[in-house]
Write a protein that binds this ligand. Structure first.
Ligand code: PGA
Length: 258
């Protein structure tokens, strides 16, 4: 059975001081885990530095973004091969902060997802609805549209062994996680949808939840049967909180699997 994957998404936070202070603590907690697995998504410029710290650990590196171009005159961009070069394993694709602040649309995100997978890294596709879409009761439709934008240009097998993170946009950074039943229902719906196209592919996908997960609400999330990982933003920036969150996750998964 796959380990429960907890990704610390630092977003535009952290510096050498933060890394030097915290990385050994993260390594220490990682060493004590049997059922969970950690990964860190630092800003690009620190990936290589952290990679050196993480040699001989099972902690993986995650890039927060990638360009759709592999090389050329694209000032300011980072390519998938560069990420491979510095030891990245996962790439976050279509995070709502990129959809909103950088105007990334479904088609653009689909291209990044496909490129990442074809180049041998694991894409983490972030999907989810806005507050307004939730009010209109169209969460499932929105999530399926986000997935269909990939299926429009590629066969379903592109999803083999990838990650889909359900992240309701309104829950991100809001200190309020989505309702447990709604998370479970939405993920079940997506799973069934992909399963109706190809059951084997659907089974290979890891589903995560993201949006205001912290040490105080994490226990509730283990009532959800169909997630096998978390994307953690703000709560990964305070090391005591992050360690407490990871310990609780490990305990819950141990109980569930024993
Ligand atoms: P948050 O961010 O934990 O701060 O809500 C989660 C995310 O953006 O993935």
């Amino acid at each position: 059975m796959k380990k429960f994957l907890i990704i610390a998404n630092w977003k535009l936070n952290g510096d050498f001081n933060f890394i030097n202070k915290n990385i050994n603590l993260i390594k220490k907690i990682d060493n004590s885990l049997n059922f969970c697995k950690l990964a860190i998504a630092p800003p690009y410029v620190y990936i290589d530095y952290i990679h050196n710290y993480l040699k001989n650990t099972s902690i993986n590196l995650v890039a927060q973004n990638v360009d759709i171009n592999e090389k050329g005159s694209f000032t300011g961009e980072i390519s998938i091969n560069m990420l491979k070069d510095i030891g990245v394993k996962y790439v976050i694709i279509g995070h709502s902060e990129r959809r909103i602040n950088h105007y990334e649309n479904n088609n653009f995100i689909a291209k990044k997802f496909i490129l990442t997978k074809k180049k041998g890294l694991i894409p983490i596709l972030c999907i989810g609805e806005t507050k307004e879409e939730k009010k209109q009761n169209i969460t499932e439709k929105i999530c399926i549209n986000q997935i269909n934008s990939i299926l429009k240009i590629c066969e379903v097998k592109i999803f083999y062994n990838t990650i889909i993170a359900y992240e309701p946009i309104w829950a991100i950074g809001s200190r309020k996680i989505a309702d447990i039943n709604e998370i479970e229902k939405t993920i079940s719906f997506i799973k069934k949808y992909i399963s109706s196209i190809n059951q084997k592919i659907s089974k290979s996908i890891v589903f995560q939840y993201g949006g205001s997960v912290n040490k105080d609400n994490i226990n509730n999330l283990f009532q959800i049967k169909n997630i096998n990982g978390l994307l953690v933003g703000k709560a990964s920036l305070t090391i005591e909180n992050f360690i407490s969150l990871v310990k609780k996750a490990e305990k819950n998964i141990r109980l569930l699997r024993s």
